[in-house]
Design a protein around this ligand. Structure first.
Ligand SMILES: Cc1cc2nc3c(=O)[nH]c(=O)nc-3n(C[C@H](O)[C@H](O)[C@H](O)COP(=O)(O)OP(=O)(O)OC[C@H]3O[C@@H](n4cnc5c(N)ncnc54)[C@H](O)[C@@H]3O)c2cc1C
Length: 475
C-alpha cells in the first residue's frame, strides 16, 4: 500500500499519539468469558483420543470427534490457556476458502478445485450449523468482503478478479472509485470488489470459548497449562507426557499450528508474525464519517496488504502489512509486540481514514500465523499413523480449521474419505529449506514482494522463479 506511505506524512505525529495508550494485549482475550481455567494434567490417565493444542483446530477436532461418536473419551491438552495462539488473536474474517483463496487453489490443484470449492461450501454450512446447534454466539455477521485497490495500477487486476469470480457464479460487485468511496469513505480507494457470499466477520475468542464449552458439555476433558513435551509408543497405544502428567491414548491429533510441538512439522510449517491494532469504539458521528453501512471486512490488494473490519461495538480492527519471520522460527512473548510495525500500521490507518484523527487505539498485539510454501494446511502422520498433525493455514484458518480437523480425524481413525483422497491432503507442500537458508529465502521473498508493490505489481525474477515452482511466502 505504497500510496498510503506516501501520504502518511503529516499524520505521523497524531497516529503515534493514538498509539501511546494502547495496551500491549490482545483485545479479544482481554475480556471476561473464557471457560476455565482448567486444571493442569496431573497423574496418569487413559483416553481414546488425545488432542494437543486448544486453538480452533484442536477444538474442532475434539467437538467433531464426540459428535460423531458420543461414547469416545477425548481430552484436550493446551500448553497455556485455550485460544492463546492464533485462534484468539486473529482478524476474525471467516472465509469459506480452504485453499487461501480461489486463485491459489487453482494454481495448485487445477483438477481438484471444483471439489475443493464444493467442500469449502459444505464446510461453511457445517460451521454455521454447529453455531446454531450449540447456541454459539460469536457475533457472526455474513457481510462479505470488499477487496480494495489503493493504487491506480491495481484496478485492472481487480476488474479481472471480478470477472473471474462472476464467471464462477459468485455474487460479486465491481465498485469504481466513486462507488467504493461512497460505501466506505477513504481517499486512498481506487476501486473495490465486494464478494457478497461465503465471507463474514466474527469474534474469534468467543467462537473458541464456546466451541470448548460445547465440547465440554459433550464430555471432552480439558487441561490448561499442560504442554505436551513428548509422544511415545507403549503397547499399541500412544503416551503423551506433560510436566506433571501422562496420558495413554489409542490415538492423538497434534494441532499446534505454528508452535513447535511434540512431533516434527517445521520442514513444512513455519511461524510468521502478523500484527494488529484496535481502536476504541467509534461514536455514531465518527461512524457516519466513514460510512461502512454494510460492515464488510475489507482488505487491500497489494502483496503487503492490510485487513480491517468493524467489531460488534464499532471498533475498527486494523492488521496486516508486515509479516515477520523470526530467525530459527523462535516464538517468544517479545515477538507479540513490534513497535516499528505497530507505528507503521497506525500511520496507514490514519492515511486510510484521515477523518478519524483523534481516535485512539486501545490494544496492540501480534500473533503467529503458521504458513506453508503453498499457504494452505498440511497434514502428517507419525508413530505408525496413531498420531496425525495438522497446521499451516496461513492467514485463512478461522473457517478452514474445521475442515483441517475433520481431515485429521479421518486420517487418525484410518478412514478413507473424499477428503483424504484429495491431492491437497495426500501431497505435502514443497519443503521449506533449513536455516540459515530459510531465513535468507524469506528475506529475499519479502523484499521482492515489497519491490513488486512499489513497481506497479511487476514481479521480478525471484518471484517469477518461485511462481514457476508454485511456492511462496504469505500471511
Ligand atoms: C494476527 C493474526 C490474524 C489472523 N487473521 C485471520 C483472519 O482474519 N481470518 C482467518 O481465517 N485466519 C486468520 N488468521 C489465522 C488463524 O487465526 C489460524 O489459522 C487459526 O487460528 C489456527 O488455529 P490452530 O488451532 O491451528 O492454531 P492455534 O490457534 O495457534 O492453536 C495452537 C495451540 O496449541 C497450543 N500448543 C502449542 N504447543 C503445545 C504443546 N506442546 N502442548 C499443548 N499445546 C500446545 C498453543 O498454546 C495454541 O493454543 C490470523 C492469524 C493471526 C496470528
Amino acid at each position: 500500500m505504497n500510496v498510503v506511505e506516501g501520504r502518511a506524512g503529516g499524520g505521523g505525529e497524531w497516529s503515534q499519539r493514538a498509539l501511546a495508550s494502547a495496551s500491549p494485549a490482545v483485545y479479544w482475550l482481554d475480556r471476561p468469558g473464557a471457560p476455565g481455567p482448567f486444571p493442569p494434567l496431573r497423574g496418569r490417565h487413559s483416553f481414546d483420543l488425545a488432542v494437543v493444542g486448544g486453538g480452533f483446530s484442536g477444538l474442532w477436532t475434539a467437538l467433531q470427534a464426540v459428535e460423531a461418536d458420543p461414547g469416545r473419551r477425548v481430552v484436550v491438552l493446551e500448553a497455556e490457556r485455550l485460544a492463546r495462539g492464533a485462534s484468539g488473536r486473529n482478524g476474525g474474517f471467516l472465509d469459506s476458502s480452504l485453499t487461501h483463496g480461489h486463485d491459489n487453489g487453482v494454481a495448485h490443484w487445477p483438477d481438484e478445485i471444483d471439489t475443493l470449492e464444493r467442500l469449502a461450501g459444505e464446510n461453511l454450512e457445517g460451521f454455521i450449523d454447529t453455531l446454531e446447534r450449540h447456541g454459539i454466539d460469536c457475533a457472526l455477521e455474513m457481510t462479505g468482503e470488499v477487496d480494495v485497490a489503493t493504487e491506480p495500477w491495481q484496478v485492472a487486476g481487480l476488474r479481472e478478479y471480478h470477472a473471474e469470480l462472476e464467471g464462477l457464479g459468485a455474487r460479486v460487485e465491481f465498485w469504481d472509485r466513486d462507488r467504493v468511496r461512497s460505501e466506505i469513505r477513504s481517499p486512498t480507494y481506487q476501486a473495490g470488489v465486494w464478494r457478497r457470499d461465503r465471507v463474514g466477520i466474527l469474534d474469534p475468542a468467543r467462537l473458541a470459548w464456546d466451541l470448548a464449552r460445547a465440547a465440554h458439555r459433550l464430555g471432552v476433558e480439558f487441561h490448561d497449562h499442560s504442554p505436551v513435551t513428548s509422544i511415545g509408543r507403549e503397547g499399541g497405544r500412544v503416551t503423551l507426557r506433560t510436566p506433571e502428567g501422562v496420558i495413554t491414548a489409542d490415538r492423538a491429533v497434534v494441532a499446534v499450528n505454528a508452535f513447535r510441538g511434540p512431533v516434527r512439522t517445521r520442514a513444512h510449517v513455519i511461524p510468521v508474525y502478523d500484527y494488529v491494532l484496535i481502536t476504541e469504539p467509534l461514536p455514531a458521528e465518527r461512524m457516519e464519517s466513514v460510512g461502512w453501512k454494510g460492515r464488510q471486512g475489507v482488505s487491500d490488494v497489494g502483496n503487503q496488504f492490510h485487513y480491517y473490519r468493524l467489531t460488534a461495538d464499532d471498533r475498527i480492527l486494523w492488521g496486516g502489512y508486515d509479516a515477520i519471520y523470526p530467525f530459527g522460527g523462535r516464538m517468544t512473548p517479545e515477538m507479540e509486540q513490534r513497535e516499528a510495525t505497530h507505528r507503521l500500521l497506525a500511520e496507514h490507518f490514519f492515511a486510510t481514514f484521515p477523518q478519524l484523527e483523534g481516535v485512539r487505539f486501545t490494544h496492540r498485539w501480534g500473533g503467529p500465523i503458521a504458513t506453508t510454501s503453498r499457504f494452505t494446511a498440511t497434514w502428517g502422520r507419525s508413530r505408525d499413523g496413531r498420531v496425525v498433525w495438522v497446521g499451516g493455514y496461513t492467514g485463512l484458518g478461522v473457517g478452514a480449521t474445521r475442515f483441517g480437523a475433520a481431515v485429521a480425524l479421518d486420517l487418525v481413525d484410518g478412514r478413507t474419505t473424499e477428503r483424504t483422497e484429495l491431492e491437497m491432503v495426500r501431497r505435502r507442500p514443497f519443503p521449506i529449506p533449513p536455516e540459515p537458508l530459510r531465513w535468507a529465502v524469506v528475506q529475499m521473498t519479502s523484499r521482492a514482494m515489497k519491490r513488486a508493490d512499489a513497481n506497479q505489481g511487476r514481479r521480478g525474477p525471484w518471484l517469477k522463479l518461485l511462481d514457476r515452482f508454485g511456492v511462496g511466502f504469505d500471511s
